[in-house]
Structure formats: C-alpha cells, structure tokens
Design a protein around this ligand. Sequence first.
Ligand SMILES: [Zn+2]
Length: 380
Amino acid sequence: MSMLTIHSPEIVETDEGVKLQSTFEMDGSSDILWYEVENKYRDYLTVERVDAFVVGLFLLAFKKGYDIQVLGSISERLYYTLNMHLLPLTAEVRGYTPIKIHCDNLVADPLTNAGGVGTGLSCGVDTFTTICSHLAGECPNDYKISHFTFYNVGSNGTLGGANARSLFKKRVNLVKPCADELGIDLITVDSNISEILHMGFYETHSYRNISATLALQKLFHVYYYSSAYSLKYFELKPGSPGHYDVFNMSMLSTENLSFFSTNPYETRVEKTRVVSQYKPAEKYLNVCIVDGVNCGGCEKCVRTLFTIEVLGKLKEFSSIFNLDNYYKRRDKYIAKILAYRDSDDYMQEIYEEMVKLNFKTPVYSKLAANYLKMRRIVWR
Ligand SMILES: [Zn+2]
C-alpha cells in the first residue's frame, strides 16, 4: 500500500527567524512542511515529536487514501486518539477510505513545558469572548491566558502564497496593539501548510491551527480554540469540523498540551453582548471579511453592528466601523431577518433579542420583508 512517510522534524535558521520543519514523502517525491517563529521562541519549537506534522498532514493522507508512516517519535496519547477515534470518525463523516498511522516510537513522558496558556488573537467576536472569560474574572491562574497567537495557516488565504503572507503581516500589525494594551505576548507563526494541503480553509481550519500549536508544545500546556458554533448546534458535518470541535480538541490533545473548544454554550448574540461590554473591544474588535479594517457594509460587519445596535451599544463602537456603509444596508438587513428567520439560526436569535428589547423596526423593513416572503412563496 502506498504511504505518506513523515520524517523527524529539524530546526532551521531563516532570514525571518527560525523554522521547525519535516520532510515528508509521497508518490515517490518529497516535500517539506514548516512552521516559522521569531528567534526568541526557538526553544519552544518541539523538535522531539512529529505530532504537529501528523495533525497537519492527515487530511492530505485521507485525500490520497494512504496510511501514514511516522519515522520519528509521536505522543502515545495522540497516536491512540487519532487511530482509535478521530481517523475512523473522519473517514465515516467525510466518506473517505479509512487510514492508519504507523509508528514504532510512542512516547508517553511529557516534555519540559513552560506552562503557557494560549489562544488565537483574531480580534473577532469569538476571540474576545474567550479573552473575557480567560483573562480576568474567575478563571484559575493556571488557565489564564499568558500568550496570544496569530498564525498564517489559511485564514489569510486558503491556498497561501505571497498574497496570504502579505495579508498575514498586515493583520499582525492590526492585532499587535491590542496584545500590547492587554499586556500579553503575541507569537506569530508563519507556515506553508496552505500551499501543501490545497484544501478549503473552512473544512480544515481546526487541524491547521492545532497543528501550528503542536509545534510549540514546549511552551503551551493549555490552548483555547475559540468556537464559532455553540454546542447546541453540534453536528458531524462533513465539510465543517467546527461543528464538532469539542470532540476534535479532546482528540488532538497530548500528554503536554490540552486543547479546549471555548464558549460552547453562548449563542452569537450572547457572545456579542459580552464583547460589547468589554472596553478594549471598542477599540480593537475586527470582524470584517473584506479588508483589514471594518468596512461597515459587508455581511459580517452589518450583522455584528446590527446586533450591537439592538443591544444599545452602537455609539461605543462608532469609531472603528464605517457607519455610513452600515446605514446604507441596515434596513434591508432587518427585512431579511424578518423574512428568513425561520430558516436561519442566527437571524432567529437576533429576532428574539429584538422582540425582548422592544427594538423599533423601521416601516421600510416591514414592507420589504413582506415582499421577500411573497417572492419566496412565488418561487416555490
Ligand atoms: Zn466589513
């Protein structure tokens, strides 16, 4: 049977910093997957284990239908959870041929670990909800965030390359002031995983992000992956691992590092409420899907701003959004909520909040909603 073979990682110095990289072989040719950090984080690069590379590459092996041969050491726990739980489930859910990982060097001894607690800092609603609950308040000390991360593993461009890399650098500069104001270190990790995988980001994001974090297993003992979906929407959805991240995170944890899918119960409206009451978010909240700054007019900007408006906090966020663009689209968006809420969980959530808080619906939106509903009936 054909194999995807992964070699032990090595550390290589670069112009930008230092890389943890592994050679892998498939179909008679070889390639290199790498993760790059600043020089000061060099000691945390986990050269002792192939864990990061197995998690980064298993979907590629699935795509080919190949087993994975690991020539270095792998966490015994990870070997067990992948072979006995995550890989069989992934094969079933995505309709792939089942694959296995083979390795002669299973290691159960934990690595020396700096005890860091990390989470990604995208400055979106999910991130800030995680920050609110894990930086201040009642969170035990060993579970309080000590480091923020920002990765180039697909969120800046699914297929990677120069454009994604330049957007990555631009976004690092946008989130850095937030990390500085909160007094937390920001670790950036660049990687070529997008160029290697050639797969959609939405269907692979959990594994890409966790893979980069496993490259830093000597730093982190806990890592929070901010969930986009409340657990009440749990579903084994073929193209969306985010819908079952609570399972993924447990299955990707090792003897050194525990992953948690955070905010499992809050709905998007509840998260937005938490974030709208958190002062630093007024300066740094960033939800736009169009560009580095909040355009105010894209789907995510409008959705977030309208929720904030219903919650009575629009004024507080007026300096970081283009409100002219928002007002151009607002009434139409409200009409869509009224017309489509039956078939859209989020629209239903926000509608319930509008009713609860006696939000005054514009006449235009009511009329437009009737039109949209009628059009829907006619088209059926
Ligand atoms: Zn936008």
